[in-house]
Design a protein around this ligand. Structure first.
Ligand code: GCO
Length: 255
């Protein structure tokens, strides 16, 4: 592997990484040499993900907590400080979906999606960036956006608002942290074959819409996001900042 993309010696913390796209990012970064810290809300799932990574010969450990809970985030970073482990790379991946028409949506439902998909990225990145700045060795923040960072779809307003927010939060991080050699960028996945999208994948008309609208004529596969994650986590992207890279099969390029 080119040294540009080598993550050996780096520690990466990936939120919501016990399954789904988060696990895929964890596996990809670990394969590129990083020690990965897996996170999820279920201890058994987190342990299973860690065991799977360890069985492949990768360096991994897990922390079980909800990324909307600020004290838990602080507790993890404090524990890592005590162990003298510095987080070099953060992927703010944790996210939930809630599909309901705007007129029927309750405030609590809106807030839960915003807290999980947007506010958590702020709290986690803030904890990481404070330490990166103090340490003086830079770092990488990768936020996970979406096609909906750019365009809406009916019934997913809170998700869309959060993902639009992720795009501009990423710009704000770049504005404030670039001078400390911290690169903050985002990935905007298109429609990917994941558990979160199971209901959409099984829905024949939705599946047909995805295949008809996307110039690639297919859904994306989780592993197709790994290359972009490694790029944004590595020295290959040291002068790339505040960008969102859409990995969408070309969807946003066409009408
Ligand atoms: C939806 C999906 C989204 C998309 C993705 C597209 O309901 O539209 O669940 O989460 O998969 O974000 O970029």
């Amino acid at each position: 592997m080119s040294a540009l993309f080598d993550l050996t010696g780096k520690t990466a913390f990936i939120t919501g990484s016990s399954r789904g796209l988060g696990f895929s990012y964890a596996e990809g970064l670990a394969a590129a040499g990083a020690s990965v810290i897996v996170n999820g809300t279920q201890a058994l799932t987190v342990q299973a993900a860690v065991d799977k990574l360890l069985s492949q010969g990768y360096k991994a450990r897990g922390f079980t907590f909800d990324v909307t809970h600020e004290p838990s985030i602080e507790a993890m970073f404090t524990q890592l400080d005590q162990e003298q482990i510095a987080v070099d790379i953060v992927i703010n991946n944790a996210g939930i979906q809630y599909r309901k028409p705007l007129v029927d949506l309750e405030l609590g439902q809106w807030q839960r999606v915003l807290d999980t998909n947007l506010t958590s990225a702020f709290i986690v990145a803030r904890a990481a960036a404070r330490r990166m700045i103090a340490r003086g060795k830079g770092g990488k923040i990768i936020n996970i956006g979406s096609l909906t960072s750019q365009a809406a779809r009916a019934t997913v307003a809170p998700y869309t608002a959060a993902k639009g927010g992720i795009k501009m939060l990423t710009c704000s991080m770049a504005a404030e942290w670039a001078e400390f050699n911290i690169q903050s960028n985002a990935i905007g996945p298109g429609y990917i074959l994941t558990d979160m999208n199971a209901a959409l994948i099984e829905n024949q008309s939705f599946d047909a819409w995805v295949k008809a609208s996307n110039p690639s004529k297919r859904w994306g596969r989780p592993e197709e996001l790994i290359g972009t994650a490694i790029y944004l986590a590595s020295s290959a992207s040291d002068y790339v900042n505040g960008q969102i890279i859409y990995v969408d099969g070309g969807w946003l390029a066409v009408l």
